[in-house]
Write a protein that binds this ligand. Structure first.
Ligand code: GDP
Ligand code: GDP
Length: 435
């Protein structure tokens, strides 16, 4: 499980600016879950081999310091980002000094018992002495920072990540094909989890953890080992309040990362929403193989079915390689058919191939359709090797590779997909310039 860091502070202190700095490094994934999260933004960050999730609570409307709205704001926060976080970065504005709102927030943060790092932002053009005032907030030495210039961010990160495990030290999930069930609230994830596990013998791994952690359920079916990653938390024992807060973005993001195959559950009765597509897009960006389960199919009349099918054609046309299933988790219809698609997607995600075979397919593709000329010279693609699994990464070596147009990259991707029958998984095609 990746640690979670929440950026907390009143509006305009620079939280979003800091968030962008933290997530900009490498291939940052920012989950655009507008509508699911209202006022929070989630992203992945990495610092010196340590990965974590950052939550930005920016975008919160103006807070009137005169009446009780700060408290409202904080109580809302404490049920969301603060609740999900392991570590808090409390951002203040060194130009403004300590405000009443900062004091209210500080007081709340002191009651949490979580590590809090105080970031004094906007230190550009302010005398260093300005920082001393912030000791009064009671979080020890403030970190001097100018997020918009990237200044001081490294120091802060060093402290924040000091006790985090490095990526190779992370705990391993149990063995088996790991399937994550994800989707918006109420699409039928719990019902599907129960349905999938219905006839199987299940030993629930009630791992110690917070409510934001998914449950990992190992099970066997036809002599294959699986681990269901249950983001809906249905099998968590003794939690009656689960229904209220069982949907968590952090849980969803973690589950996607940990999975081999993601089942994206969509409620056919609600139609395909932007939020569904955002979740799905995030999973694709994370490189996950997936199967789409269009659930509650039982509740539709023929007109509605036709309408949803048209919508599916339109909205999923960018992922023709992903298999779609029309199911009823409630009645069990179509649920068993998910397995062949899950296996196909898994096999594609973990696919293996020799460099010579891959290079041969590359050369066939190049012969059939040459890369373009750049500056009077043709781009040369010489050989290809497999650079990773889940998702498959195909690394192509050649000359002028930084000039390969996106359309040509897509062409190659489609060729590889076709020849190797890679269904259900995104593929990464990367280029390396020969020395
Ligand atoms: P948020 O509401 O806390 O998320 O704050 P934003 O990140 O949106 O920043 C509010 C304003 O402060 C924006 O105009 C930023 O460009 C500006 N800002 C953020 N960081 C700095 C900084 O380090 N120095 C200065 N001078 N301005 C900053
Ligand atoms: P979750 O929040 O995604 O875990 O959703 P639940 O599994 O709790 O389901 C939400 C509601 O949808 C419940 O009332 C379920 O009974 C209902 N539901 C789930 N699957 C189906 C289905 O296939 N057909 C119908 N008609 N209702 C379903």
């Amino acid at each position: 499980m990746k640690p979670v860091v929440a950026l907390i502070g009143r509006p305009n202190v620079g939280k979003s600016t800091l968030f962008n700095q933290l997530t900009r490094s490498r291939q940052a994934l920012v989950a655009d879950l507008a509508g699911l999260t209202r006022d929070r933004q989630y992203g992945d960050a990495t610092f010196e081999e340590k990965s974590f999730i950052v939550i930005d609570t920016g975008g919160i409307g103006e807070v009137d310091e005169g009446d009780g709205t700060i408290d409202d704001y904080m109580s809302h926060q404490s049920h969301t980002a603060i609740h999900e976080a392991d570590i808090i970065v409390f951002v203040v504005d060194s130009r403004a000094g300590i405000t009443g709102a900062d004091e209210v927030i500080a007081k709340q943060l002191h009651t949490l018992g979580k590590p809090v790092f105080l970031a004094a932002n906007k230190m550009d053009g302010v005398h260093e002495a300005a920082i001393h005032e912030f000791y009064a907030l009671g979080f020890g030495e403030p970190f001097s920072m100018a997020a918009s210039h990237g200044r001081g961010v490294g120091n802060l990160l060093e402290a924040v990540t000091a006790n985090m495990p490095t990526d190779d030290q992370e705990e391993q999930a149990p063995d088996g094909l790991r399937i994550a069930i994800i989707g918006r609230p109420n699409v039928g994830k719990s019902t599907l989890v129960n349905r999938l596990l219905g006839e199987e013998r299940v030993v629930v791994f009630d791992m110690p953890g917070t409510t934001r952690d998914s449950i990992y359920i190992p099970y066997e079916r036809d002599n294959r080992h699986y681990v269901l990653i249950d983001t809906a938390g249905v099998r968590r024992r003794g939690r009656i309040d689960e229904k209220v807060e069982k949907f968590s973005v952090v849980k969803t993001l973690q589950a996607i990362k940990d999975a081999h195959v993601v089942i994206v559950v969509i409620d056919a009765q609600e139609g395909i929403t932007d939020q569904d597509l955002n979740l799905l897009g995030y999973a694709l960006e994370a490189g996950r193989a997936m199967v789409l389960a269009i659930n509650k199919w039982d509740g539709l009349d023929q007109d509605q079915k036709n309408f949803v099918k048209i919508e599916m054609d339109r909205r999923f046309n960018f992922i023709p390689y992903v298999k779609t299933h029309l199911i009823s988790a409630l009645h069990g219809t179509g649920v068993g058919n998910l397995y062949p698609s899950i296996h196909k997607a898994y096999d594609a995600a973990m696919f293996d191939i020799s460099t010579s075979r891959l290079t041969q397919i590359l050369q066939d593709a190049v012969t059939a359709h040459q890369p373009p000329m750049v500056g009077g010279r043709r781009i040369k693609l010489r050989f290809a090797h497999l650079g990773g699994h889940n998702p498959p990464i195909i690394v192509i070596h050649g000359n002028q590779t930084s000039q390969v147009p996106n359309s040509y990259r897509r062409y190659l991707e489609n060729e590889f997909r076709k020849v190797f029958k890679l269904e259900g998984t995104p593929i990464r095609v990367e280029f390396k310039q020969n020395a």
